[in-house]
Every structure is written in C-alpha cells, then in structure tokens.
Design a binder for this molecule. Sequence first.
Ligand code: NAD
Ligand code: GLY
Length: 356
Amino acid sequence: MQRLNIDLGERSYEILIGPGIRRRAGEFLKAVFKPSRIVIITHPSINELYGAEVAENFAAQGWTTDIIEIPEGESSKSLTQAEKLYDHLLELNCDRKSVLVALGGGVIGDLVGFIAATYQRGIPFVQMPTTLLSQVDSSVGGKTAVNHPKGKNMIGAFYQPLLVVADLETLATLPVREYRAGLAEIVKYGVISDAKFFEFLETRHKDILNLDHDCLSHIIETSCAIKAEVVEKDERESHYRMILNFGHTLGHVVESLTGYTRYIHGEAVAIGMVRAAELSVTMKRCSAEIPTRLKNLLLKLGLPVEMPDLDTSAVIESLYHDKKTMNHKIKFILVKEIGSIEIVDQVSEGEILAIL
Ligand code: NAD
Ligand code: GLY
C-alpha cells in the first residue's frame, strides 16, 4: 500500500492507495478519528459489489454502521437529493461525530462531501473512491458540490476529507468507458506538470489499458502526488489551482452543450485538452508538435479527440459562464511544453473561434 500525505495544516490527511484496502478502512479510520457512528453512502450497484464488506469492516471496530443508497448519475448531485440525505441523517440521529463514508465515484464523492460540509455545520467524512477518475482527481483536494439547473457544481464548498482510501481492486469492475475517461485526467497531470510521466504514459499505454497492476499503482500515485502538491499551494483556487482545469474550459462546454448525455466527463476533457493545446499554438505559446503528441496519446488510450459540431455562438456564451471567467475575461490554461503550462486571460473571442 502507498501512503501520500496532503499537507494542509490542521486539515492534512492521508491518501491510501493499494489492492484490497477497502477491507481495512475501519482500521485506518480508527487511527485518525473516533466516530460515534458510520453512515456509508453509495449507489445500489456499488453497494451490491462492495457495500457488505466495507460495512463489516467498520462494524468490526464496534461502530454502528448504516448504508444509504442513492440513485446513480449526475442528477443525484442536486439540492433535492441533498435534502433527502439530511432527512435520513436526522432520522438516524447522526451527530457531529458521525462519519460519512463516500463509497463510489465522483458523483457520490462530491455529493457526500457537500453533505458533510453542511450537515450540522460540518461533520467528518471519508472518501472511498471506486472509479479511476475519482481515485486520481475528485476524491483528493476537497472540492465538494451539487449542481444547479443553471450550472454544474454551482453550489458547494471546499471541505477536506479525514482520509482517502483508494482500493485498486475496485477498478476491475469498472466499465471500460469509465476507466478510459479516468485516463484523460491522468494525461492531464503529465501535461501540466511532468514530462517524464507523460512519456511513461506514451510508452506503457498498452499495459495501462490492460490494467497492469504495477502500472496502475504508479499512475494513480503519481497523479495524486501532483494533485496534492497543487492543492497544498492553493487550496481554495485563488489562482494556481486553476492549472488542474487544463482541458476543462472547453470540456465543460462540450458536456453542457451536448446535454451531458453524449460524453462522460473525462471524454469531454480529452477533447478540451486537444483544443486548448491547439489554442496554445495559435497564441504562439507552443509548437504544433504538442497538440499532435497529445492527440496521439489520447487516441491510443481510446479517448475521443474531435470537437463535436456545436453552435459557435453558444460555445462562446457558455464560456462566459465558466467559474474561472472573471470581469468578463475568459481564462484558458495553455501549454508551453509538455510538463509546463500558463494561465491566460487575454484570449479573444476570435482566437477561440479559430480553434472550434
Ligand atoms: P460516477 O461517479 O458517475 O461513476 C460512473 C459510473 O461508474 C456510475 O454509474 C457508478 O455507479 C459506476 N461505478 C463506480 N465505481 C464502480 C466500480 N468500481 N465498479 C463498477 N461500477 C462502478 O462518475 P465519475 O467519473 O467517477 O465522477 C464524475 C463526477 O465527478 C462529476 O460529477 C464531476 O463533476 C465530478 N468531479 C469532481 C471533481 C472534484 O475535484 N471534486 C473532479 C473531477 C470530477
Ligand atoms: N478537479 C479540479 C480541482 O480539484 O481543482
């Protein structure tokens, strides 16, 4: 098992990564907190696969343990679902020492984190991510949120977990499309901060697609280490943390203008990263070789790279609603070279239209 520390003063915590460690979550929690009770929140399908053994492990520590199921899908990240969960936690008499356990992907993690941040002004929670995307991105760093009809992740809080327990074995049951979508975020870390890591992904793409154990462990650990370092420098995204949004500016637009049905998040990020690299060439930040190299790697990993046919004025309009847009200036994360990027807000509508 690998242990990474994320150093945020009194909000510091460990990210544990390894095979089979879901069965030891109670033991890990006991080392950092004494809960009054445990409430595991998950989807029915994940409950069926892993719920009983995770619950047994917490119960074995002598803690009353309940499981709450919520429906799958992005629509569960809503204030309506949050209200149902508050009701349920009150029925269970959860107090401020009750610990919520988010067992699932980013939907569960973001929703449970938001509930933990707000129930009785904040109670502790543990992230147990079961998708590749959530193991390398959403479970780390404390961004929690629900959606608003006018925008994704519009209502939320920065709220760090007590612990992250990422069991590599759970990835074996993940649908292949979801696995590939997680790889897009892993490629992102190579582009924003580590050229050698990017080369590793290029050389080992076949092993990665075959879920080679050592390879998987290395790419998850490296990704979490890069994310931890960024979050330690700028926890609340005053500026630097925006680099984690490389590819997301247009990625979010692609997701939203295709009604969140055609692409899953990582696929839209793959498309957005290629466009951001092309914009970097147009804006003379990098050579034309960079988008080609990025595109080749994403294609090898089975990800989409071409922009769908979208109404360009709707794209521009949507970019003005991006959470990074301030004072009517659209921000883009541009590539200088693999491993090095720049946050730019001097991007004109004409330059954006040129790459659509
Ligand atoms: P998800 O949580 O919807 O999970 C995808 C699907 O995989 C679901 O149907 C789920 O039931 C299933 N699943 C999960 N684990 C499984 C397993 N081990 N075996 C079989 N099936 C499994 O999707 P996701 O990609 O993990 O997360 C997407 C969400 O994450 C979005 O809402 C996005 O906004 C959010 N996100 C948040 C952050 C952050 O920093 N907080 C970062 C990136 C993305
Ligand atoms: N997923 C982007 C961030 O955590 O900042």
